[in-house]
Write a protein of this length. Sequence first.
Length: 338
Amino acid sequence: ANHPPGGGADLNARVVARNIGRFIPGNPRTVVLNKVGGASLVGAHFVWNAKPDGTTIGVFTGINPISQMVREGVQFNLLDFPSLGGLQIRPVMWYIRGDAPYDRIQDAVGKGSDPNAPRFTNGQDKICSAQTARGRFLKDALDLPMDIKYALPGGRVPTMQQLERGDIQARGAGMWYTLARDRPGWQVDESGGNGPNSFLQIFFNATLPELQLRHNGEIDVPEDVDQIIDLLTPEQEKIWRLFSIPNSPLYRASFAAPGTPDNILKILRDAMNQMVQDPEFLADYDKILSGDEVTPTPGVEMMKLYELALGDAKATEAIFAKYLPECEFPGIQKLLGN
């Protein structure tokens, strides 16, 4: 596991570890190692450099083509990092405080260039990231009256704290299925829905449309909440999807060490494929991950997605250069042969 114990990424790895041995010949015992640091890269590099005998696998969150292209110190190449399969597409909502000047994104579109329009603040953890590029892109594409605050810790708990204190008014987060448990009542008003008096408004639905969101324990997605892709042109949608790679089927993925023999790789991929369809595993996952849904992608299909995402590095470089001109991206330069 490439994240600390106790969080969603760690629990994701642990529920896999508790179950995958049942589907591997000999039913081996599985031990979880938390290899933490380097914004999740330490764990990735541990598996990247492991002996290719099938006894070490990575069940990771945050290792995807964007991390390969934009993070410093990346050693791995996903084109040579055999995937065992993807576990989830990440559901993402942008939330905005009820006391902000806008409830839904359609109320704010086109007002960024109006000097008299009220503005709202959005939080990001750092400048040189796909999340910041995505926020800047939306501000530009939809002319939003949005100011971005940087150097704010990311993750579910810090995001709730920032919104609670009023440090920021808006932030995108994967809290759709956990907010009702963590902060009951935040997203509902006296009508029982996400109305004008809710503490948090659902600003827009940032989830890729391939994933249909279900009831989250308090509400369904309100009918007047826009799917962000519906507000974008086809060309803008391509850019949004690039920035959304971390929340795609590549969000939570599993890996074997490079060079793992094909026969062992097949055993591990078959085990992963069987596990993600197993009722006992799915019940265990639902209990431990508090309603997060398993949306599996086979390992062979994952490799095709990596090839697609990493294929046109020159176009990717131009897009990141436009929205993050102050940043350098050594991974993209490496793909370009520079």
